[in-house]
Every structure is written in C-alpha cells, then in structure tokens.
Design a protein around this ligand. Structure first.
Ligand SMILES: NC(=O)C1=CN([C@@H]2O[C@H](COP(=O)(O)OP(=O)(O)OC[C@H]3O[C@@H](n4cnc5c(N)ncnc54)[C@H](O)[C@@H]3O)[C@@H](O)[C@H]2O)C=CC1
Ligand SMILES: N[C@@H](CC=O)C(=O)O
Length: 348
C-alpha cells in the first residue's frame, strides 16, 4: 500500500472537507492501493503546521475560529507557505486558497514552488490554470510530476479529464454551459421570491460562493472557466480578458419572474466556439432560455456543459458545480490521477 503525504495550502471549506473525508474514512482508498496522510497545513487564519509523522486531523478540525497552530509541535502562527511547500515532507501539495481572477497569485507561486521542488500539485484554484496553465503543465513535465486541476471547472463533476480521455477521437468545435453554481443557485432562489443579496448569503452559507461573491455574480468566475475549457479542449490560447463577460448583477427579481411567467428562465451561459475562420470566440452572458432548452432545467448549484463534436453532435455532462464535499472529491480524483502516473499507468 502506498502512502501519499499531503500538504494542504489553505484550510477553508474545500480542504477541510478533504481532511474530514480522510479523518472519517481512512480506508476509503485502500481498494485503489493508496492511503492519504496530511503532514502539513497552512492557512492565513491558522498559520502553519508541519508534522512529518502525520497531523491528528480530528484535533485540528476541532480548533475554534480565532485560534492558531502556534504552540503545537511544528506549529507557527504565520502561514509560512514557501517554506512549507518547499521543505515539508509532502509528496502532493493540495492548493485551495482564494482564486484571484486578476493574476492568479499567490496560488501561482504556490504551484511553482511545489513543482520546482518535485512535488505533485492538485488544485481547485482556477487562477493558476486559467492564467498560467500551459506554463505550469510544462514546469510539471520538466520536473517529472503532475499538475492536476479537475475541480477548476464544475467542482467534482468530471469534465476536463473526461473530455481528454473519452472525447479524444472527436473534433470539438464548441463548449457551452452553466458553469457557476452560485449564480445558478441565486437565479433559482430569485425565481422563488428572494432578493439578490439574500440569495447570495444563502449560497455563501452553503459553501458555493467565492470569498468575494462578486466573482460569481459578475461573471469573472465563469470567464476563468471558459478560458480553461477553450484552451484545454478547443486548442485555443486565450486569456480570461479575451472572454467578453457580462454577469447577472443587473438581472432584477422582476426580470426573473416575468421570464418565468413567459415560460423561460434566466441562466448565466459561458461559451467558447470555433468560428469558420478558425478563431475562437468566447463569451459569458445571461440568457433567458426557453423552457425546452436542454440547459433550462439545470437548477440550484448543479452545472452542465455541452460539447459540440463532429461525430456525436452534442455531448452534455451535468452534476454539482460547487460545494465543499463535491469539490473535495475533485481533489481525490486528481490524487487518483497522480497515483496512476506514479505507478506508471499513465505517461507524462
Ligand atoms: N467552494 C466551492 O464550491 C469551490 C471552490 N473552488 C475553489 O477552491 C478554492 C478553495 O475554495 P473554498 O475552500 O471554498 O474557499 P474558502 O474561502 O473557504 O477557503 C480558502 C482558504 O484559503 C486560505 N488562504 C487564502 N489565502 C491564503 C494564503 N496566501 N496562504 C494560506 N492560506 C490562504 C483562507 O484563509 C481560507 O481559509 C478557491 O480557489 C475556489 O475558487 C473551486 C470549485 C468549487
Ligand atoms: N464559486 C464557484 C465555485 C466553483 O467554482 C461557483 O459557485 O461555481
């Protein structure tokens, strides 16, 4: 049985859910031939903790808000990210700090430090993938490790790896979908009569929203995801700034109820499409979809993405687009990919 040592960078909703899974079901991965041990944690609030023999997850998960790792063996009140990433005995760095849609930092540096130190990276952070994906994949290959990021698009629902592995023989000409759990949840709650702010508060409490929910409502979260899908699956090399973006911030409760009464539903749609001249055009915009549109029935934090292919026509994948546990599962699926690589089942 292989043991993978993990360093959790960021100890918020997603990485805590991963720690809870490891605490509650340590034997869950035995049938896959590995077990997971957390040897380091860093967080802006808690500081950092490194214990090579394995951290007692029940204890750290029970620590109250406002406390820090200071005083624990290997503990510090400061989140010494660089030192922990470079020098802790981790095999895999699990990056789940805030997404920056502007420059991807500090996550981009976290990923680089890890890859340059010969550590695999699994991440749910969209910034590094959307803004520096190609550079980081190259850096990983140069260092003989993996950079995996399934959770960057549609949380734990398989999209990126599924498309690479299962749609490889097809020509993909467009991707279109509902790619943000928070905004879809909020629009649904507005249909039920809630105001925008109240609906956003609910999405925050449920762990769907970004630390700054204007990224969800204003469309910049979907913009990152569209850039990732366009670059990964359509062979584009676009920047998030190339994606023309309008969010749902100007959709009023009246707009939502009037649309519903007329048989349609407002949805925030992200799309990247290959034009006849080969250019990739990418947009994010609210659209009032007729009730019979395949994406109109996608409700709550569920997301869906449709791939337009040459041989199969439209292939659509639907599932959770946000949520702490759901996104922690994306990290597990990334660790499984790292394990396959480490055991030689997948070539770099
Ligand atoms: N929650 C969700 O449904 C999904 C989240 N994501 C992404 O996963 C990442 C984590 O999400 P959540 O856990 O929900 O966010 P969160 O806001 O609950 O947790 C982020 C944690 O990172 C810590 N942090 C921020 N900057 C740091 C730094 N420089 N050093 C150390 N710690 C730092 C914060 O203190 C916080 O505890 C984000 O990038 C988010 O965009 C992706 C898919 C779904
Ligand atoms: N805030 C995001 C989380 C996943 O990327 C969302 O709501 O979709």
């Amino acid at each position: 049985m292989t043991t993978y040592n993990l360093a959790l960078i960021g100890f918020g909703g997603v990485n805590r859910a991963l720690a809870e899974l490891i605490r509650d079901e340590p034997g869950r991965f035995a049938s896959l031939g590995f077990e997971l041990r957390v040897v380091a944690i860093t967080d802006l609030a808690f500081g950092s903790l490194v214990q090579g023999e394995g951290i007692d997850l029940a204890s750290v998960l029970a620590m109250p808000r406002g406390s820090t790792f200071e005083g624990l063996p290997g503990g510090s009140p400061d989140p010494r990210n660089e030192d922990v990433i470079k020098n802790s005995p981790a095999d895999i760095v699990v990056e789940a700090t805030f997404t920056s849609p502007v420059d991807g930092e500090p996550a981009v540096s976290h990923v680089k430090w890890a890859l340059e130190s010969g550590k695999h990276v699994v991440t749910t952070n969209k910034g590094p993938v959307a803004l520096h994906g190609q550079e980081l994949r190259t850096l990983a290959a140069e260092n003989g490790v993996r950079f995996e990021y399934e959770g960057a698009v549609m949380s734990g629902t398989p999209v990126i790896r599924l498309a690479h592995k299962m749609l490889g023989g097809l020509e993909l000409n467009a991707v279109q979908g509902i790619l943000n759990g928070t905004s879809n949840y909020v629009l649904g709650r507005m249909e039920a009569g809630l105001g925008l702010d109240e609906a956003i508060s609910e999405a925050q409490a449920l762990g769907y929203a970004e630390a700054d929910p204007t990224a969800d409502i204003g469309g910049s979260d979907v913009r990152l995801k569209v850039a990732i899908l366009a670059n990964e699956l359509l062979g584009a090399s676009i920047r998030p700034g190339d994606v023309e973006t309008t969010g749902i911030q100007d959709i009023t409760s009246d707009d939502v109820t009037q649309a519903l009464a007329g048989g349609s539903r407002w949805k925030l749609i992200g799309e990247a499409r290959r034009e006849e001249d080969g250019r990739i055009v990418a947009t994010v915009q609210p659209v009032a979809l007729p009730a019979d549109h395949p994406l109109a029935g996608i409700s709550g934090a569920t997301n869906a993405v449709s791939f337009t292919t040459d041989l199969l026509g439209a292939v659509t994948v639907s599932g959770p687009g946000a949520g702490r546990v759901e996104t922690a599962y994306a990290l597990i699926s990334d660790i499984i990919a790292v394990d396959e690589f480490a055991k030689g089942a997948v070539r770099a």
